[in-house]
Design a protein around this ligand. Structure first.
Ligand SMILES: [Zn+2]
Length: 326
């Protein structure tokens, strides 16, 4: 049984280490940890910084440059990891016993509303994107924007339609509620919330309501439950809170709509993020990527059957990926 992790910031760390001179950081450090955590595939995102200290356009393209260098180096070494652009390539990777990663973009602030750049991202191999991180940008309003009049912009609508045309995975994590509901009017394929927890369990601006969870399910999509402590419990995040979120979404949105999107913070450089996701509050029993298997064990002890666990661990996300990028 393996896990598909729908949200991983792994590049942030490995690209930085490469710049500092450690050319083997990914294979020496990340890869064994992923294997220990029973993770065999996932969405690896390039994150767009949006704080005022940084030029988000420069930041985005610099990170992409770093990632492209990393991918080329891994290919040269024949590393057992495939950067996949379709479901068929995932099948090939699984057959070969390789790890597989879909390239994604967390927040499109770095294109500054120049939506034709989504074509470029697609041609570089990116098959996933979300419109925003927590900020408001040219395309939509993110989770930090509580002004109910701010949602998806006209450009944002064009971006969504372009992603639909190209065949990209659309991620609603990080949107504010108004943007979310406007997206549901535009995007007619299954949508994913790659790393979002339940607002009914913990009222945090990054968590989603039961109505949102049901809408994702209705689209045929999947919610990846997030292991970042801040979104799990106010004071004492524990793996049980993580399992509670899975159970809650299964009850509210159905078994077919739940998956895993760990968002492990040990990949982040200190100070690399603005607010919410800055601090990894140690989640007891789910401290880092190596503990991924504990979720599978936890689900088993809560009475989930083998087939149910398989759907949550990877089956549901792969179903959506197959539908969107066959
Ligand atoms: Zn995030």
């Amino acid at each position: 049984m393996y896990i598909f992790d729908a949200h991983s910031d792994i590049w942030m760390k490995s690209v930085e280490e490469r710049r500092l001179g450690d050319m083997d950081y990914f294979m020496d450090t990340h890869f064994p940890k992923l294997q220990e955590g029973k993770i065999s595939g996932g969405i690896f995102v390039v994150y767009t910084r949006t704080d005022k200290k940084v030029d988000s356009v420069r930041y985005l393209w610099r990170e992409i440059g770093g990632v492209m260098g990393e991918i080329r180096a891994l290919r040269k070494k024949d590393a057992p990891i495939d950067f996949v652009k379709s479901y068929r390539e995932i099948e090939t990777a699984i057959e070969a016993g390789h790890f597989f990663a879909i390239m994604g973009i967390e927040g499109l602030s770095g294109i500054e509303g120049d939506i034709e750049q989504i074509n470029t991202l697609y041609d570089l191999g990116f098959r996933h994107a979300s419109l925003t991180w927590n900020e408001e940008n040219h395309l939509a309003a993110g989770a930090a924007i509580e002004d109910g009049s701010k949602g998806v912009t006209a450009l944002g609508e064009k971006a969504i339609k372009l992603m639909d045309d190209l065949g990209m995975i659309f991620d609603v994590s990080h949107l504010n509620e108004r943007s979310f509901w406007e997206v549901t009017e535009i995007w007619k394929k299954p949508m994913i919330a790659s790393h979002s927890n339940s607002k009914a369990i913990l009222p945090h601006r990054r968590n989603i309501t039961d109505e949102q969870a049901k809408a994702i399910s209705k689209s045929g999509g999947v919610i990846g439950v997030n292991a970042c402590g801040e979104f799990l419990h106010k004071n004492k995040p524990h793996i049980n809170c993580y399992l509670d979120n899975i159970e809650h979404f299964v009850n509210v949105a159905g078994l077919e709509a739940v998956g895993i999107g760990f968002d492990f913070c040990d990949f982040l450089r200190s100070g690399s993020l603005g607010s919410d996701e800055k601090i990894s509050k140690g989640v007891e029993g789910l401290e880092d990527v190596r503990t991924g298997g504990a979720v599978l064990e936890g689900l088993k002890s809560r009475g989930f059957s083998g087939t149910d666990i398989e759907k949550i661990a990877h089956g549901n996300f792969l179903r959506v990926i197959r539908e969107i990028i066959y």
